[in-house]
Each structure stands twice: as C-alpha cells, then as structure tokens.
Write a protein of this length. Structure first.
Length: 160
C-alpha cells in the first residue's frame, strides 16, 4: 500500500497540517514545484489531479516541455575502482555497462539478491547495551562491543 497519489505518470504526496487542519501535498520527482491542498481525502485527490492537469495545460499554452518524473537517464558516482570492476564484469558477461547496471538495479528492486555467491555479507546488529554481533554464513555469530547505539547495518565485502 502506498501513501502516494498517481496520475498521468506523476506521483504526489499527502501530508497533514495540524495547525491548519488541512491536507496538502506536492508533485514528486520533477524540477517544478507543484503543490495542492484539500480539507478531505476526496478534495486532496481532486486537487492533485487538477494540479497535474493545470501544469500540463500551462506547459502546452506556453510551449514548454513539461518535466517528466523520470527520464530513464541518471548519473551516479561510484568511484573508479567499482566503475572498473563493473565494466569488467559486463564484458565478461558479453554485455554493455549500461545493460549490466540496468539488470543489477532491476534485480535489487525486485528483491533478488544474486550477488551472494560472489560476496560475503556481514549482518551487524548493535544493541543498546553496547554489545553487538557479527554474523557471517561461514563463521557464525561473534560478539563485539561498541557505544550505546541501536541500529542494524549490512556490510558487503566483495571477493575477487
């Protein structure tokens, strides 16, 4: 279940202002700021639809291209070593780097974790009393101490 509104490829939020007793939101993932509000669920939904339609009409009237939520192109910074390793892995599989990265992202979004065969994953749990555990599939859990923190981290170390 999602708390986002969707219409014509655009997504919008719904938030509540206790001070104004009002629902409000904005269209996500675009450069333009498009906001809307309403005093009920049906009003906020209608306001979102009207805001998207109004934005698209404004763009058409002014001859501007509307921002698209996602262009399908984005830049990432991964460092030269990982860039090299990804390029080499793509070549080994007979793929272009873009195809390799797209497939890796698709697998992660789908929840497929097929990198476990080539990586050791360490599940680290830090508990409030400062005693944590590191669990690997090979060695089993081992205890270690740290400061008073309550969180869980997963670290992956590539095996080359």
């Amino acid at each position: 279940m999602s708390d986002l509104l969707e219409y014509k490829g655009y997504q919008g939020t719904i938030e509540y202002s206790k001070e104004d007793d009002l629902l409000f939101g904005k269209v996500l993932h675009i450069d333009s700021l498009i906001q809307y509000d309403g005093s009920s669920v049906s009003e906020i939904k209608t306001a979102f639809l009207e805001a998207v339609d109004g934005y698209l009409a404004f763009c058409e009237q002014t001859g501007r291209s509307p921002n698209k939520p996602y262009s399908g192109t984005f830049n990432i910074r991964i460092g030269p070593d990982l860039h090299r390793d990804a390029a080499m892995a793509a070549v080994e599989r007979g793929m272009k780097l873009n195809e390799f990265v797209r497939d890796a992202i698709r697998a992660m979004v789908a929840g497929v974790d097929d990198h476990a065969a080539t990586h050791n994953t360490f599940n680290v749990t830090i508990v409030r009393d400062g005693i944590g555990t590191i669990d690997t599939s090979i060695e089993g859990p081992s205890e270690w101490r740290t400061g008073n923190v309550a969180t869980t981290h997963v670290f992956s170390q590539g095996s080359h």
